[in-house]
Design a protein around this ligand. Sequence first.
Ligand code: NDP
Length: 289
Amino acid sequence: MTESTSVTVLGLGLMGTALAEALLKNGHSVTVWNRSPGKAEPLVAKGARRAATAAEAIAASPLVIVCMSVYGNADDVLTGEAPAGRTVVQLTNGTPGQARALAEHVTARGGRYVDGGIMAVPQMIGGPDALILYSGDEAAFEESRTLLDAFGTARFLGADPGLAPLFDLALLDAMYGMLAGFFHAVALVRSEKVRAATFAPMATAWLTAMMEGFPGYARALDDGEFGTDVSSVATSQVAFPGLLDTSREQGVDPALLLPLRDLLDRAVAEGHGEDGLVRLVTLLERPAS
Ligand code: NDP
């Protein structure tokens, strides 16, 4: 058990409750506040102290954890209150711009600001697989480390408060892309009444093997070397219509594939046919007008 320290949690939805529980489990002195007061009761039964107002909760502890639905909610609560002398750790999902704006607001009022992105579901909080990304005031982060370690594995990304939400959303972005591919692929095999369960292990093995290419793609991007001896943009561009035709023949909507077809066409039209597929990143960085 770690040394007991005072901490406040604002927002007791599924995630805020998991965060408060993890702090209580680690023996910390936890003050909680939620817009609908009823949600505090199970935590009070476990030893938390309920504050009647957000201002009272903020005043109760040097460290204030915020976890609400959207940034607008947290903005409303924090901009109405004075976080002077407090470290605010904002774990509500938002954009880098929102994080920077709230950081300015908090620091202008004498507080310190750390933004965070939770890469976990509530059930994972407190375990080593819960990755929490942080950025912002590094000294404030380090001083709060004992408490923040209660949530899982902490990773500090840098002084810009926008970095944690940027990485958070980039990881979600990668996840949605992967899910889109898997969902389309599974619709293809289901069009022949193949059970998804038959296909899923093959897809897992295939995608795992494909992911081994990530470090090579990253090196190519960092070095600006796009040559390839594996599979070129032109090879994929030629093969891609086969995917679309198969999809249509099988009665499966090819919509998820179309933007990638367009990007491959554009890469070839711009003279990048001999490059590796990672060349597409540079086209995304320079959207077509
Ligand atoms: P919930 O919907 O369970 O809880 C939302 C919380 O926000 C409640 O405490 C709610 O209060 C509060 N809230 C909403 N509107 C306002 C408002 N206008 N003023 C004050 N408080 C308000 O969401 P989660 O706890 O699941 O998620 C919280 C954050 O954590 C989100 O940003 C989410 O993206 C992020 N997150 C969640 C994950 C998850 O798996 N759940 C995973 C990773 C990140 P009230 O009870 O009064 O409605």
